[in-house]
Each structure stands twice: as C-alpha cells, then as structure tokens.
Ligand binder design. Structure first.
Ligand SMILES: Cc1cc2nc3c(=O)[nH]c(=O)nc-3n(C[C@H](O)[C@H](O)[C@H](O)COP(=O)(O)O)c2cc1C
Length: 188
C-alpha cells in the first residue's frame, strides 16, 4: 500500500448518517472489524475495551432509537428506513479504564478504516444511552458502554472541503459537506 492509497482510505472514511436499512452486513464482516479493534494499540497495553455486535432486531432498534445524529443540522436523524445495518458498541471494563477513551478512539478509527476497506460505511457515535444499552445488551456489572459505531451502506453523498468554519452542513444538492481546517491552520 502506498501513502496515497492510505490517504485515500482516510479521506473516504467519513461519518455517514443515512443508510439503506435493507442492506445486509454479514456477521463475519462485523467480527472481522472487532478483530481490527482487538489488535489496536492500548495505553500500557491494558486493553480495557470490549465489543458487542448488534445486528438483529429488536436489540438493533433499541440501540438506534436513543441516538442523536448531526446536532449541527436541523434534522431529526435517519428514519427507520435509513438506519444502519448493524452497530458495534464499544464498552470498557471499569476495572481497567485508565486511558479507555483514547484506546476507544484508536479502536473506532481502525473499525472505520476496516469497514471502508470492505466497501461499507459507518459513523462513530458518542450520543448513546449508556444505562439503556447496559440493560438491553445485558452487560455484566463491570462493563460499561462508551460509544457505538454504526455500520451499513450509506445512501448519502459526503464532500470534504477546506475551511476555517468547522460547521458541517448540507448543500443545495443535499450532499453533506464536511469542512476541515487547512494545513496552514493546524501546522504550528
Ligand atoms: C468520538 C466521536 C463521537 C461522535 N459522536 C457522534 C454522534 O453522537 N452523533 C453524530 O451524528 N456524529 C457523531 N460523530 C461524528 C462527527 O460529528 C464527525 O466525525 C464530524 O462531523 C466530522 O465528520 P467526518 O467524520 O466525516 O470527518 C462523532 C465523532 C467522533 C470522533
């Protein structure tokens, strides 16, 4: 893989929020993605993260319902016809949590890159209902949900632009526009 191939993958790995609810993602693909998370770097190699695959109703609907999507937009989020095919809920063992949030970011990015490499789309989500998820997923006492990664086949277009205004928006063609700060802003 060349640097340009990698940059292309990272560039195309955007957070999608509108999916084809009828698209099927195999359980094996989801396990493959957890495998990428499993081998991710971890502070002191503590490995506090645990993963729950949710690809079947009614659990899937219960995970989907509390989520808040694209709070910058005046939009209520995807309908049930636009919901993702599956979720990977990223959890932590509360006995090992020292750098869990950093580890989770690394693991989620690896999942995001992996699903793109599989021709899938996704979104990282912090807006989860931790208490509800714990009950719905019947998690053990010491395991706490932190994030969810939505996975499916996106039906929306995303374009990345360079701008010092970081607010994402939808353009007149309903494409989702994601501004990224120019290099001159971030390179100190
Ligand atoms: C840790 C984290 C949590 C996020 N939580 C949410 C969320 O709850 N709802 C949502 O719609 N997007 C969420 N996002 C997606 C961000 O809004 C998105 O990354 C940002 O708009 C930039 O778009 P991009 O990922 O395509 O570059 C989250 C992203 C990250 C990294």
């Amino acid at each position: 893989m060349t640097f340009d191939d990698l940059k292309n993958l990272v560039q195309n790995s955007r957070c999608y929020r509108v999916f084809d609810a009828n698209f099927y993602v195999s359980h094996k693909d989801l396990v493959d993605l957890v495998e990428l998370a499993r081998i991710s770097s971890s502070a002191r190699n503590t490995q506090p993260l645990r993963y729950k695959i949710v690809d079947k109703n009614p659990q899937k609907l219960e995970i989907f319902t509390p989520l808040r999507w694209a709070s910058n937009l005046s939009w209520n989020g995807p309908s049930i016809h636009e919901m993702p095919s599956a979720f990977i809920v990223v959890c932590k063992d509360t006995n090992l949590e020292e750098f869990a949030v950093v580890d989770a970011g690394i693991a989620m990015q690896n999942i995001m890159l992996g699903l793109k490499a599989k021709g899938l789309d996704g979104c990282m989500l912090a807006s989860i209902d931790k208490q509800k998820y714990k009950e719905v997923l019947e998690l053990p006492q010491d395991i706490e949900p932190m994030f969810a990664v939505a996975i499916g086949k996106a039906t929306q277009k995303i374009e990345m632009i360079e701008s010092i205004d970081t607010k994402y928006y939808r353009n007149e063609n309903k494409a989702h526009i994601v501004p990224k700060l120019p290099l001159s802003e971030v390179l100190l």
